[in-house]
Design a protein around this ligand. Sequence first.
Ligand code: HEM
Length: 415
Amino acid sequence: MDTNQQQLSVNLDPFSLSNIQEPYPYFTRLRKHHPVYWRAENQFWMLSRYKDVKAALQLPALFRSGTGPEILRRAEALPATTANAFNVCYKFWFTTILATDPPQHTTQRIAITKAFTADVIADMRKAIENRVVQLLDAIEEEGEIDFVRSFAHPLPSGVIFDILGIPEESHDTIRQMSMWLTRFPGAVLHGDQQMIENIAERVRAAELVLKSIIALRRKSPSKDLISRLVNEPDPEARMSPDEIMVQVSFLLFAGHETTTNLLSGAMRHLLQQRSLWVELLDTPELLGNAVNELLRFVSPVLWVTRLLSGDHDIDGIVLKSGTRVQLGLGAANHDPEQYSSPETLHLRRENPSSLAFGYGPHYCIGASLAKLEIQISLASLLQRFPNIELNTTTFDYQPAYWMRSLKSLPVRIDG
Ligand code: HEM
């Protein structure tokens, strides 16, 4: 059997629905048989061993985050009539902090990190506690709920809107943009002009809203994060209103779906293995370690993308300059070479720290916020609904290969 036949027979397609629904057996196959895998159909490499993924994240000048140039090249095939729509989407996706390299990334990172001051962190705790209480009050009388719709989805977006200082009436416009933008790279790769127009429509609507909020905060600043960014006195950390608009919309995107996935994934596994939920009820001081282990086990972001700026050799296989590389955070976090019994969720694991938030210069800026959200949420759920239980035995995930998002999680809160 030649290599291609072998690959077909073991299904190494990251986009196949069976691999999306059950990624961990797939990651095991990748790590074992093709740890450095050229996915010819999609023109990218896939790395799945902890040591290779971490090494790549430690070489940001070689494994570059600026993947925009490749998309621009692929967009050359689009007709000129799509140019306006393409440009506005490109700005909101490929000039965000996640998709830039130094020196642009350095300024963006200083500006955003500076805005997360001690005051902002303190406000975050308050914002989270208030939102958690509101949401739990609302479900108290319900009996049976979808945990994703009633809690895991609204909590992180509410919190990030509070921190940014975006008024309630604008939430939907900005949420819509965030949801639609995730389809942009795929639409360009597939040459789907109609989809690009549809996305651009949502982006333009959000652009108007954000511009007016930024202008308002410039005139009359408040305590929120947009006000801090707009009125930044340090020239090293100052961004233009346009840049602020793009980064703010990215913060919403980065802080929302990821945290939703962590909350819903954590609840799925803790309730599915009831003994773990009981362990937390009996030993609440385990929560800190449990959150780190849940991050490793759930791995809300499964893959991140890089573009090679030079050749790179792994075990004699040469990854050529200019090619795209997918780094498997989820696969690395379940690598038996790094973690003993990686498929066991072990709340007392001795060193559960993982690559769930990435590593190196693009390490997640919202890591402490996300941890705070899940800690406060789990502590409140354990206290208020100790008898909560799953109301399903099947788990269906959104058809995205790079994020692990449960579509729903039916639970009974009266036990
Ligand atoms: C459980 C929740 C979260 C997970 C699993 C997560 C995961 C990640 C990962 C893996 C990266 C690195 C991406 C890369 O290297 O290409 C990242 C970057 C980032 N995250 Fe998060 N994130 C979470 C929550 C948040 C929150 C709540 C915020 C918002 C405040 C946030 C803001 C960011 C930002 C701004 C970056 C880009 C940093 C940079 O490129 O320098 N994240 N996140």
